[in-house]
Write a protein that binds this ligand. Structure first.
Ligand SMILES: Cc1ncc(COP(=O)(O)O)c(C=O)c1O
Length: 405
């Protein structure tokens, strides 16, 4: 008699998340994670479910996606260089446009070196895993983005997390690291779930005093925060003390791609040793052309930055007055997170907003800190003051209908 062989189901580990999703959909709400934008009208409006919808849940902070100069640059590059490079940056995948994009980044940050990756995820994955290897230590905020955690895991360094934005906890962890070990402190300028910023002036000083290199991910602040839009590092006056800035083109720049800028004299070697840079195809010529044009325009975007701050203050103040519980006491970035009592009611509120013509992001554990369910609003420099008032009206009606306020 032959033995019956049982095949363990490799999907069993997803059962909890499958049942959470089934429970949510059984309550009759629309699936918040499969919305389709049928037509995109502008950086702030799209047709969703056949309805003209205000977008308050994109990362298009500076509203660059429909800029005519950016679109023209992309179209020209597509016509001149074709649809893709079909190769790695270190072989056949570096075109003139990639060099020009890196030039634009060097100028934007006023730094010596810039390296463009295919996504921001790969920039964190590559830089962190390559510079912090076995025997080194990475000290990082517990609320760090998945790409930072994945970079740590890939590099095999010792991982030392500390409580979110807790300066004393960070210092304590740093001081415990054995003498002589390589140390990298990884921070984010803006933490995207709650929209709060890191106390970079204190943290960077402590990191330096304790012999650590510092990497700051400025994904959610590039283009907006700081006099020249260089991020929280600029605003906190620590540009010269930071060793690496990581960023993305998928937010304020308005396309896709990632980068790292640095003044480290040996930085260029990363092009040969960083696997997520070497072993993947480079960005299409049209994408680097749009990114370079957008980055150059962001250098001159002081008025847009000022308007985006006005929008953030107006929305934060209005939602507070309506009685919503927000992720920060004061507006600190272009993200205003509205805390929901639980996933069920958060999803109901999300749906009520959408049916009134407003799209926001629903965020839930494990992506959120402290198991929170959040409605994350991200503002755009192209939202008008009137649009923000309309948004507040929609929040008031939906909040009352779902009994959240
Ligand atoms: C803090 C942070 N870093 C990195 C990334 C990755 O960026 P990209 O979309 O370019 O992969 C994100 C994207 O959400 C992010 O929020």
């Amino acid at each position: 008699m032959s033995e019956t062989i049982t095949t363990p189901d490799l999907f069993a580990k997803f059962d909890d998340i499958i049942s959470m999703r089934e429970q949510l959909l059984a309550s009759g709400v629309e699936d918040p994670f499969s919305l389709v934008m049928e037509k995109v009208l502008s950086p702030t409006r799209a047709i969703c479910n056949g309805r003209d919808t205000i977008l308050l849940g994109t990362y298009n902070y500076m509203g660059m996606t429909f800029d005519p100069d950016i679109i023209a640059a992309g179209q020209q590059a597509l016509a001149d260089f074709g649809s893709g490079t079909t190769g790695s940056r270190v072989l056949n995948g570096t075109y003139q446009g990639h060099k020009e994009c890196e030039d634009a980044l060097r100028e934007f940050y006023d730094m010596d070196h810039a390296m463009v990756f295919s996504t921001g995820y790969q920039a964190n994955l590559g830089i962190i895993s390559t510079i912090a290897g076995k025997g080194d230590y990475v000290v990082l905020d517990i609320d760090s983005h998945a790409s930072i955690w994945d970079g740590c895991a890939m590099g095999n360094a010792e991982i030392v997390p500390f409580k979110h934005n807790d300066v004393a906890a960070m210092e304590k962890r740093l001081k415990r690291i054995p003498e002589g070990a390589g140390k990298l402190v990884v921070l984010e300028g803006v933490y995207s779930m709650l929209g709060d910023i890191a106390p970079l002036a204190e943290m960077v000083k402590i990191a330096k005093d304790n012999g650590a290199m510092v990497l700051v991910d400025e994904a959610h602040s590039m283009g907006f925060i700081g006099e020249h839009g260089r991020g929280v590092v600029e605003d906190a006056g620590v540009m010269d003390d930071v060793d690496f800035i990581i960023g993305t083109f998928s937010k304020s720049v308005g396309t896709v791609g990632g980068f790292c800028v640095s003044n480290h004299p040996k930085f260029e070697i990363m092009r040969l040793v960083c696997r997520p840079y070497v072993f993947t195809a480079s960005l299409p010529p049209s994408v680097v052309a749009t990114a370079a044009t957008s980055i150059r325009k962001l250098m001159q975007a002081g008025e847009k930055r000022a308007h985006l701050w006005d929008n953030s203050k107006r929305l934060h103040g209005g939602l507070t007055d309506l009685g919503f519980d927000l992720g920060t006491d004061k507006p600190q970035s272009a993200i205003v997170a509205v805390i929901m009592p639980d996933l069920q009611r958060g999803a109901a509120m999300w749906e009520a907003l959408l049916s009134e013509g407003l799209y926001v992001n629903l965020a839930r554990p494990p992506a959120t800190p402290a198991n929170m369910t959040l409605l994350r609003c991200s503002l755009c420099a192209e939202h008008t003051a009137e649009e923000v008032e309309t948004i507040l009206g929609i929040f008031e009606r939906a909040g009352k209908a779902t009994k959240i306020i």
